[in-house]
Design a binder for this molecule. Structure first.
Ligand code: ADP
Length: 387
């Protein structure tokens, strides 16, 4: 213990030894060979961590395991021992040298242990060749998926678009039949014409809804969408329904976002019209529309005091053509919420329901303040900047 205290209290004391030049017999050549070699090793040891640090600055986002930092410290300390060996030729700091060597020894052992621990993880790391292979596979899968998705969209679009024309003909002929020969038709034939006309109207709505669904996300150009104006526009369009039902609608201030106008309109329109439609028979609808700023996203909510939805259907209602009520109870196509989900998914948000049967339903959805769709990612060449 005495020796330890003596060691630390005289840490910088150099009086116990002569400088290395005067210890034994050195020729100039031998001494400088020693010194220059040690200086070169020290310099190399210093440069390695600097190169690694520069790499980290350039290649931002590389995950670093703890072993990396230990390895850096190990290299720096090894370098330091060589520098001290040079210094000792003039100043015999043997105590400091011993201390630095001891710290280097501890860090070296810790690095070896960490390296052994990290070994399995390192073996599991993929090489750039393996990454390239996986990336290629994924790119092919994405291309394939995009193609089949485009085909499907195209199919839905063309089918619904082309169906409009024969449907119009059917509706017009039914109208013509009624005006031209209505007074000659027996009562049950009238009933048949009426049912056919209603079916044709339902089909028109269905086709329009399908068209809207297939169009979602097709538009790449974004504009500034003032959501206050957008909601006011929707409420004006729904004036008849609002007046007839005696609905009360509270709208809190809403933000302006950069997005595609029609996509956003689809979401608000479907949720507002559902809030008005799925009302209780004897109670006028009351809708509350709000937006909460959550930092990098907005959380919107549309609350109603309607018939509510049972918990078991919270997910199902977002699937296309899923309806919880018969046509005779409430009209609809079962496409509205699927369209909302499609828009929100494309824009990187989430949509969910909170509801109590006979009390009301709240639809929540989030939207990032900076919306990026796959179109935008496709335009970005590199994720990391190498400069
Ligand atoms: P649609 O209204 O055309 O039937 P949606 O996709 O908009 O289709 O809704 C799917 C189903 O979810 C509806 O049939 C209805 O049963 C239920 N639903 C939607 N919104 C509400 C609401 N605000 N309150 C109660 N039920 C709702």
């Amino acid at each position: 213990m005495e020796q330890v205290i003596e060691f630390f209290s005289h840490l910088t004391d150099t009086s116990d030894w002569p400088p290395r030049w005067f210890c034994g017999r050195w020729t100039d050549f031998h001494g400088w060979l020693y010194i220059i070699s040690d200086l070169m090793i020290w310099l190399a040891y210093m440069v390695i961590p600097l190169v690694l640090i520069r790499y980290l600055f350039v290649k931002k986002g590389v995950p670093l395991p703890g072993v990396f930092w230990l390895f850096g410290a190990f290299i720096l300390l090894c370098g330091l021992t060589h520098l001290i060996d040079v210094v000792i030729f003039w100043i015999p700091v043997y105590r400091i040298s011993a201390l630095v060597r001891f710290v280097t020894g501890v860090v070296s052992v810790a690095t070896v242990v960490a390296l052994f621990r990290y070994f399995d993880e390192a073996v599991g790391l993929r090489t750039s060749k393996e990454y390239e292979h996986e990336l290629l596979f994924r790119q092919q899968a994405v291309t394939e998926l995009t193609r089949s998705n485009e085909e499907l969209q195209q199919f839905a679009y063309v089918a619904s678009h082309d169906l409009q024309s024969p449907l119009k003909t059917i509706s017009n002929y039914l109208k013509l039949l009624n005006t031209k020969y209505g007074d000659q038709l027996p009562a049950d034939a009238h009933k048949l014409v009426e049912t056919s006309t209603k079916a044709a109207e339902r089909m028109r709505i269905l086709i329009n809804d399908l068209l809207d669904f297939s169009r979602v996300g097709n538009e790449v150009a974004f504009t500034q969408v003032n959501l206050n104006e957008l909601v006011t526009e929707i409420l004006e369009e729904q004036q008849a329904e609002i007046r007839a039902s005696g609905a009360l609608i509270d709208v809190s201030p809403l933000p302006t976002m950069t997005a595609h106008y029609t996509d956003f309109k689809q979401v608000f329109q479907n949720l507002i019209s559902n809030g008005l439609k799925y009302r209780k028979p004897l109670e006028p609808p009351h809708l509350v529309i709000q937006a909460v700023d959550e930092g990098d996203q907005f959380c919107f909510s549309i609350r109603d005091n309607g018939i509510g939805i049972e918990r078991q259907y919270f997910e199902r209602v977002f699937q296309i053509f899923q309806r919880l009520h018969g046509r005779n109870e409430f009209s609809g196509t079962g496409i509205g919420l699927a369209t909302c989900k499609k828009v929100i998914d494309i824009y990187g948000g989430q949509i969910w329901i909170e509801s109590t049967v006979n009390v009301g339903t709240t639809f929540y959805f989030t939207l990032p303040k900076i919306i990026k769709t796959t179109h935008h990612y496709a335009q970005t060449d590199t994720l990391y900047s190498a400069n």
